[in-house]
Ligand binder design. Structure first.
Ligand code: FMN
Length: 312
């Protein structure tokens, strides 16, 4: 998630021991193809075998509408160490869409195929290529054209956020569409959108029939959720860490300090973003008390022991 799941956050969730892999924030390819150094900078895990220091595989996500520039950039990412590439056809940002990227390609299914095909064709076969799509720009039924096009281009799996671009993040999510796409295409579908509780996960699994799930905001809002989902799916999980919010926040501060030493304001911003998600989509409301905090010490001083010692 752009602006949130940067390298420190990826290292942190790697510690939780319940994700199969994570995906970078999108790296945007605009007027020129990107060189390998951009990927080395944006995805420091590429220097360590494409895994976080905590052992979580990292997939590199790229975004753009020009097949050739996307292919050259994907190859540069692989030369920098990427072992798996995801292509973003879901970003709803007006700036991104106005520059021919993300969800704007949902209006032209053939262009989705052409971008995926160019990227797939440029990379060694052992590097996997997947695509992330919303259902359509305006119509939830466009996915029945867009998804097969991504597969025709060579995507090995699709992650589907069950909303249109015009919905942005508004309800509802249309999980039933994913069940129909799953029957239509011969590749795994990763169901995504509005899994905020174990109950949501069960309903999503029942409605979509999917065996793979992507958790975005819910994974951060309720840090124990991914562990519960993984255990339900029968995935190998480490023992659920008995962590309090205070411990988890301190671990994020630790990882921010590892990657960006001496940049307290950056760490503070990242902490607030996380707490904002927890406030909006979970049941931890510290954000209300710290949104104007000027320092990490101020945030930590607001931790109410009674509340934060709740195990998650
Ligand atoms: C702040 C923010 C940034 C996001 N950035 C990305 C991104 O860079 N790449 C991407 O594929 N999806 C991105 N997304 C979309 C999420 O990956 C996910 O599809 C969406 O939030 C729905 O899933 P959720 O309900 O589990 O959060 C972003 C979402 C948010 C809220």
């Amino acid at each position: 998630m752009d602006g949130i799941t940067d390298a420190p956050m990826r290292a942190l969730v790697g510690e939780w021991g319940c994700f199969s892999y994570c995906v970078t924030e999108f790296v945007r390819v605009s007027s020129e193809a990107l060189p390998a150094k951009v990927f080395r900078r944006e995805v420091p895990e590429l220097a360590t075998g494409g895994q976080t220091a905590t052992g979580l595989p990292v997939q590199v996500q790229i975004l753009g509408g020009d097949p050739e520039r996307m292919a050259i950039s994907a190859l540069a990412a692989v030369r920098a160490g990427a072992t798996s590439i995801d292509i973003n056809f879901g970003c709803p940002s007006p700036t991104v869409n106005g520059n021919d990227g993300g969800a704007s390609l949902l209006k032209s299914p053939c262009r989705i195929r052409d971008v995926v095909r160019a990227v797939r064709g440029a990379l060694p076969t052992e590097v996997s290529v997947s695509a992330k799509l919303r259902l359509g720009w305006e119509s939830i039924d466009d996915i029945f054209e867009n998804a097969p096009m991504a597969v025709e281009g060579g995507a090995s799996w699709l992650t589907l956020h069950a909303r249109t671009r015009t919905q942005r993040y508004d309800p509802p999510v249309f999980w039933p569409q994913l069940a129909r796409v799953r029957e239509l295409v011969g590749v795994p579908i990763i169901a995504n959108g509005d899994i905020f509780s174990l109950d949501d996960f069960h309903r999503c699994r029942d409605v979509t029939g999917c065996g793979h799930f992507m958790l975005g905001r819910g994974a951060l809002a309720t840090p124990g959720l991914a562990w519960q989902v993984a255990r339900d799916l029968g995935l190998p999980v480490v023992n659920q860490p008995e962590a309090t919010w205070e411990e988890r926040l301190n671990r994020l501060i630790h990882w921010c300090e590892q990657f960006h030493p001496g940049t307290e304001r950056r760490t503070l911003a990242r902490l607030k973003q996380w707490l904002n998600i927890a406030y909006r989509h979970g049941d931890f409301d510290l954000f209300q008390r710290v949104k104007r905090a000027e320092s990490l010490a101020e945030v930590l001083s607001q931790l109410d022991k009674e509340v934060v010692n709740k195990k998650l």
